[in-house]
Design a protein around this ligand. Structure first.
Ligand code: AMP
Length: 112
């Protein structure tokens, strides 16, 4: 999608601090980290949010979770949180499906 920030990051049109890339997904460090380790994993294909996942495009989500399990192992993160915000009220600010991976500090529940 031409006016999507994360599509531009995936395409290399906007710089990012890459953690990992394969043909289906791209992972990069969050520009405003909320934990000592905070990166985002996004599908390369544009999906607006979890609410846009369906039978046709949803396989990438399972793939992303295998990537998260592998990257966190490599980074030595034994405990971490995976978050996806959907819609304005939940705090979604970029309308391209992304999973926050946060770790390296104590966390509280429920989230704010
Ligand atoms: P959300 O608010 O859940 O939609 O998450 C969007 C995330 O994207 C926020 O945590 C932002 O800090 C992050 N973000 C925005 N612009 C960039 C960028 N250029 N590079 C890396 N992360 C970004």
């Amino acid at each position: 999608m031409s006016d999507c920030l994360f599509c531009k990051i995936v395409a290399g049109e906007i710089p990012s601090s890459k953690v990992y890339e394969d043909k289906l997904c791209y992972a990069f460090y969050d520009i405003a980290p909320q934990a000592p380790t905070h990166f985002l994993v996004v599908p390369k294909a544009h999906i607006p949010s979890v609410a846009g996942i369906d039978e046709d495009n949803g396989a990438v989500v399972g793939h992303i979770f295998t990537v998260i399990a592998s990257l966190t192992r490599e980074l030595g993160l034994e405990s971490y949180r995976v978050v996806s915000n959907i819609g304005e009220q939940a705090g979604q600010s970029v309308n391209h499906l992304h999973f926050h991976v946060l770790g390296g500090r104590d966390m509280t529940w429920p989230p704010g």
